[in-house]
Design a protein around this ligand. Structure first.
Ligand code: 13P
Length: 232
């Protein structure tokens, strides 16, 4: 089965030249993955025909919200998706669970498909509280969201980002737990340490429908290797 592959560029790219080089190298593969560029470069990708996700959007359509990104504007520029609640935005932008709930509702209202990112810290894992922590995140982040059909859940344990993934058994256990919390079939992606080396083993996990990739997704050579394994 083909997997959903999202390349989250975070803030790795910082020049127009490097973005244009990436577009040139990846355009042949543009139908095989979703790119989440820095919001500044979003339109370069939509103009080149890529499937594009915003990295974050705000809870309001427009108004006096300096520095925020409007879901409506992202949609207008051709984005079909958005990440919400990535651990880096939760941490660096001090997003709380209620604000993320507002962002999800506004994104859905504007017709964006949401990759809702959830994941536990090393401390929560060590305390054996991962499942109850994830359930709380989902309960609050998805409160009063009428239509859940366009919500994909991305499980990203904070401690594995830029590092090594949990075992396949651990990931599958969490993915099937997340799925059990929904009445409908929900897509669950995994993120954290996915690269051209770890992907072959990760592909054996039954309950994972795709991957959210950071560092390796910014390197065309590595991303192409990942796509060769995941897009059969
Ligand atoms: P890495 O793939 O660099 O571990 O990052 C994962 C991530 O945060 C994707 O959103």
């Amino acid at each position: 089965m083909e997997k959903i592959v999202v390349a989250n560029h975070k803030m790795y790219f910082d020049s127009l030249k490097s973005v244009n080089e990436y577009i040139e190298k990846m355009k042949e593969y543009k139908d095989k993955f979703i790119v989440a560029p820095s919001n500044l470069y979003l339109k370069l990708y939509t103009d080149a025909g890529f499937n594009v996700s915003a990295q974050n959007v705000y809870a309001k359509d427009s108004g006096a919200y300096t520095g925020q990104t409007s879901a409506k504007a992202a949609k207008d520029l051709g984005a079909k998706y958005t990440l919400i609640g990535h651990s880096e935005t939760r941490s660096y932008l001090k997003e709380d669970e209620e604000l993320i709930n507002g962002k999800v509702k506004n994104a859905v209202k504007n017709g964006l498909t949401v990759f809702l990112c959830i994941g536990e810290s090393q401390k929560t894992k060590d305390e054996g509280k991962t499942k109850q922590f994830l359930k709380k995140q989902l309960d609050v982040n998805l409160k009063d969201v009428d239509d859940l059909s366009n919500i994909y859940i991305s499980y990203e344990p904070i401690w594995s980002i830029g590092g090594v993934p949990p075992t396949n058994e651990e990931i599958d256990d969490i993915a099937s737990y997340i799925k059990s919390l929904f009445k409908h079939d929900v897509h669950v992606l995994y993120g954290g340490g996915v690269n051209e080396k770890s992907i072959t083993k990760l592909e054996e996990i039954p309950n994972i429908d795709g991957y959210l990739i950071g560092g390796a997704g910014t390197d065309p050579e590595k991303l192409i290797k990942i796509l060769e394994v995941t897009q059969k």
